[in-house]
Design a protein around this ligand. Structure first.
Ligand code: C5P
Length: 230
């Protein structure tokens, strides 16, 4: 893997002009971008197409969940847009339908394991009969069974995922903070080097790059750290 593909830069900005300015600033240093809700609904989907046309990879973080027919058709459209990754919630029907929609394309479907905002008490209130770690392990197996590409999980859940499914899923992880950078609202973090050593395949990094005084230098030092940990 091109080492730059390991870092997915989160374009969490409110308009396309700001997103474009980040992409222009990072230039060749960054090859992979994530677009989520904030940008998607203000032109971010067209911008995603532009990024693909200019040779970048795009992760659409839309966390889809619906009946199988709707998921399959929607995911098929996203596959035809040339996207590289797409998130869906990790329910067996949704995973299977998404895998079908992406079949024959290069789109990788990623299952969201358990939202990191949920703890055991939140799961109980939502009606689940198991805690976070057991649900992550179960969902990792279900993502694998459905033939999806990978899993979104927190760095602290990597061991649980590897125990459940070995090396079969790509692990994509947010909550990465280079040593010395601001935590902001992230609580359980790993440095890029720690994440690589823990077995992360792609890390999603936003503010430590996009909010840096010099984003290009911030990106370069993250890539150097990854290179020396690989
Ligand atoms: O700016 P920062 O590096 O914290 O951005 C992390 C990205 O990963 C954001 O787009 C955020 O929504 C996403 N994310 C996260 N924690 C999760 C799931 C997604 O930070 N548990």
């Amino acid at each position: 893997m091109d080492i730059r593909d390991r870092v997915i830069v989160a374009l969490d900005v409110p308009d396309v002009a700001q997103a474009r300015s980040i992409v222009d600033t990072l230039g060749e240093e960054a090859t992979f971008y994530k677009i989520g809700y904030e940008l998607a609904f203000v032109g971010g989907l067209d911008f995603a197409r532009d990024l693909v046309a200019s040779g970048k990879k795009v992760f659409l973080d839309l966390k889809l969940h619906d009946i199988p027919n709707t998921i399959e058709k929607g995911v098929g459209q996203i596959a035809r847009m040339g996207m590289t990754f797409l998130t869906v919630h990790a329910y067996p029907q949704t995973l299977a339908a998404a895998a079908k929609g992406a079949a024959g394309s290069s789109l990788g479907v990623l299952g969201v394991s358990v939202m990191t905002s949920m703890d055991d008490g939140d799961l109980a209130r939502a009606g689940y009969g198991m805690g976070v770690q057991d649900l992550i392990a179960r969902r990792a197996r279900q993502i694998e069974e459905a033939g999806c590409r990978g899993i979104i999980c927190s760095a602290v859940d990597i061991a649980t995922v590897r125990r459940a499914v070995g090396e079969s899923l790509a692990i994509v992880t947010p909550g990465i903070r280079p040593a010395g950078s601001a935590l902001a609202d992230q609580k359980r973090v790993m440095t890029p080097g720690e994440a690589i050593r823990a077995g992360v395949d792609n890390m999603v990094i936003g503010r430590p790059i996009t909010g840096a005084a010099d984003p290009k230098t911030a990106m370069r030092s993250i890539l150097d750290e990854i290179a020396s940990a690989s």
